[in-house]
Write a new protein. Structure first.
Length: 249
């Protein structure tokens, strides 16, 4: 459990660094990464449990709480189907979220944050979606709507983080290192960093297949794979993300 939280903390640290300007933003969003990951997982006998997109963009400064409320109301007007909670405040940090489960069963969430910065408040918006299992037909039906909502909520030139989670039966007598090597080879990737423990393996890598990447420790990376063995009789959980995994794994 400590390893899990440590890795999640590391991912959040990298993510915050990325959104402060270290990442290469996408001028034109593509679902190539999602399609590649789901294809590799299915070819590897991994049963996909869920997939998600995570996007974030700064909206500049607001002068005070009233300015923040105006920003929130403008987003609420753009999302009439979302159910919005009450704005929460702690130490002059404001946040609020709206949620919606659409006709495809995909969960959508918009969050608006603001924090003090040089006598003003920096505001940013997060839009994330999560789908259960994997159905290409459902994704293709939702894709145009998703593309429009990214522009609507986040604007242009936004980095989208893709993550897919699945499981593989323990009956296959899985060796984590062997499976990790197979996955890395499937993406034609080069390993940059490895964290190897008895029941957990995490790999950071880079592949030329995907253009978006982030810079960490003076090296480019755009692929992260986490494998966790859940014990005898259990299943092995596999999480793959690009440029990094943004969920707990």
């Amino acid at each position: 459990m400590k390893t899990r939280f440590k890795l999640f903390g590391m991912a959040l640290t990298i993510l915050l660094a990325c959104f402060s300007g270290a990442e290469a933003k996408q001028s034109t969003w593509s679902d190539q990464e999602l399609m590649d990951i789901t294809r590799v997982m299915e070819q590897s006998g991994i049963s996909i449990e869920n997939w998600s997109f995570y996007g974030k963009n700064k909206f500049g400064f607001v002068s005070d709480f009233s300015g923040y409320v105006l920003l929130v109301e403008s987003l609420q007007a753009k999302s009439p189907n979302f159910r919005w909670e009450t704005i929460s405040e702690e130490n002059e940090h404001w946040r609020v979220s709206g949620r919606y489960t659409n006709q495809y069963g995909i969960e959508e969430k918009v969050s608006v944050f603001a924090y003090p910065h040089k006598n003003r408040y920096m505001a940013y918006v997060i839009y994330d979606v999560k789908g259960e299992a994997w159905d290409p037909g459902i994704w293709n039906a939702f894709k145009p709507e998703y593309r429009n909502k990214v522009r609507l909520f986040l604007g242009e030139n936004v980095q989208i983080y893709t993550c897919v989670k699945g499981v593989k039966s323990d009956k296959m007598n899985i060796v984590l290192r062997k499976l990790a090597k197979q996955l890395i080879q499937s993406f034609d990737a080069t390993i940059i960093e490895t964290l190897d423990e008895e029941t957990f393996l995490s790999l950071s890598a880079y592949t030329d297949k995907w253009k978006p990447s982030i810079l960490t420790d003076h090296q480019r990376m755009n692929l992260q794979i986490g494998l966790r063995n859940n014990g005898i009789g259990g299943k092995t959980t596999i999480t793959i993300g690009t440029p990094i995994i943004t969920t707990e794994y």
